[in-house]
Design a protein around this ligand. Structure first.
Ligand code: ADP
Length: 485
């Protein structure tokens, strides 16, 4: 498999409007998961670089032109940033696929959505309003929504450019400045976003990008006293650590964490639609999706029919060349991730779940490709039913009564998303209300929109990305009293 002839334009850190190597001079190797070969060297930032970046962001907020820019001007800059990304679409799509292993079909969708998120929040910038409050005394009271300050954004490798947009766009619309730490597996497209922001006209220091590892660069960002808020998307384990560490400096924290999302199919569902939903739910994004529909909870009455359809159509997701626009399953992001997924598959076999399709590393590839895998006869006590695998592995379970379906779905520490397939409108809404999940899809799955809030219940985190709800995450509310006598 050959990669397009494309060399990354940016591999240094982007701090205070300038490209700079890490202070230590260190770099790390970015490995392409499609070929399992080194792709490029990237500057490895650590605490010293984070400190430089945070100070630049702090100065940009308090001393630079950014703090006094009008809200409408901020919106215009975000809109221009979206234009810049559009202009370099082909390059971004290819880089994302090289870095993450996802098919170009998906990188294209991700980029399109990321651009949509920047445009959506560009529109919000000059519509972030306070309120006037009728109090008992002779005073005029109003509220202002002010930026929180320097935001530290720590993002994962599964949707690098999209997660960049989810954090940057609302934070900038609200007038904050940022230090972004991308995931070490996928450092490249965030650097392109930094360059696009510079070309769009963002002042130096407003957006800084520091690549590096979690325990060094990530932790330094979480601990830094000048960082007012951490916006994190990643694993529950790291989210828990970030929440605890951030408490030391009382930073604001929003956490979008793991999931084990249930996809419930009732006996009266449109079966073909439910089968398509099951496949997209678990195999889109190679299953490396926090909201992946990794538990298929099917009515016993239609179980065999649904399973047959899922098995027959899983072939559509056979791993292939990610640069072929027809491919729907790319390479897992890293060898570590592939081995983790293969370990779970072995565990499923040992726990006597019934493997009905897939179940191993895909043959004929140098990179980290895994077959789309389905286990039937999974029970609630098995690791593959309880734990987040983050790979193309579906656990199929059955239910008989309506209440049982929601109870099974809720029997998970996670609560990110769920899907429900039924033609009975009352049952659909009843079930949606019962589910402990931040998003419920009815007769659809895996849909996102810049305007629709997204986030978790329970161990899937707290706070919401996207929509008007995101504005609350990136503003402080100030109450102003004016004496009238
Ligand atoms: P995954 O397990 O999916 O790789 P992680 O939660 O480990 O996800 O990583 C998500 C992001 O969090 C990455 O940018 C990673 O570098 C960062 N990270 C990992 N560990 C820490 C940590 N201890 N403190 C801060 N950030 C971290």
């Amino acid at each position: 498999m050959t990669l397009p002839l494309l060399k990354p334009q940016f591999t240094d850190l982007y701090i205070n409007g300038a490209w700079t190597p890490a202070q230590s001079g260190k770099t790390f190797t970015d490995i392409c998961p499609i070929t399992a070969q080194p792709y490029c060297e990237v500057a490895e930032g650590d605490a010293a670089d984070i400190d430089r970046a945070v100070k630049a962001a702090h100065d940009a907020l308090h001393k630079g032109p950014w703090g006094t820019l009008s809200a409408a001007a901020r919106g215009m800059l975000l809109w221009k940033l979206a234009d810049e990304l559009e202009r370099r679409a082909e390059r971004l799509i290819n880089l994302e696929t090289i870095d993450n292993g996802k098919p170009v079909f998906e990188s294209k969708i991700d980029l399109h959505q990321a651009i949509g998120v920047f445009r959506y929040f560009a529109g919000w910038a000059d519509k972030i309003e306070g309120a006037t409050i009728p109090v008992a005394g002779p005073q005029f009271v109003y509220t202002r929504r002010e930026p929180v300050g320097v935001v530290g954004a720590i993002i994962p490798w599964n949707f690098p450019i999209l997660m960049c947009a989810w954090k940057l766009a609302p934070a900038l619309a609200c007038g904050n400045t940022l230090v972004l730490k991308p995931a070490e597996q996928t450092p490249l497209t965030a650097l392109e976003v930094a360059d696009a922001a510079e070309k769009a006209g963002f002042p130096p220091g407003v957006l800084n990008v520091v690549n590096g590892f979690g325990p060094t660069a990530g932790r330094a960002l979480v601990d830094h006293p000048l960082v007012a808020k951490i916006a994190f998307t990643g694993s529950t384990e790291v989210g828990r650590e970030i929440g605890a560490r951030a408490a030391a400096t009382l930073k604001r924290v929003s956490l979008e964490l793991g999931g084990k999302s249930a996809n419930i199919v009732f006996a009266d569902a449109d079966i073909e639609q439910a089968i398509r939903g099951a496949l997209v739910g678990i195999f889109y994004g190679k299953g490396e999706v926090c909201a992946a529909g990794s538990r298929l909870i099917v009515s016993s009455k239609i179980h065999d029919q649904v399973l047959e359809g899922v098995i027959a159509k899983a072939a559509r997701y056979a791993p292939g060349d990610p640069f072929n626009p027809k491919t729907r399953m790319g390479a897992l992001v890293s060898e570590t991730q592939m081995n983790r997924v293969l370990r779970y598959i072995d565990e499923g076999k040992m726990e006597s779940a019934k493997l009905v399709t897939g179940g191993k590393r895909a043959e004929g590839f140098a990179g980290y490709f895994v077959e789309p895998t389905v286990f039937d006869e999974v029970t609630d006590d098995m690791a593959i039913a309880r734990e987040e695998i983050f790979g193309p592995v579906l656990a199929v379970m059955r239910f008989d009564e309506e209440e049982e379906a929601a109870a099974l779905a809720n029997a998970s520490p996670y609560g990110l998303a769920a899907a429900v397939y039924t033609r009975d409108i009352a049952r659909a809404h009843r079930t949606a209300a019962r589910l402990q999940a931040g998003t419920v899809w009815i007769n659809c799955i895996n849909l996102y929109d810049a305007a629709a809030p997204f986030g978790g219940y329970k161990s899937s985190g707290y706070g919401r990305d996207l929509g008007a709800a995101a504005l609350e995450q990136y503003t402080e509310l100030k109450t102003v009293w004016v004496g009238l006598e």
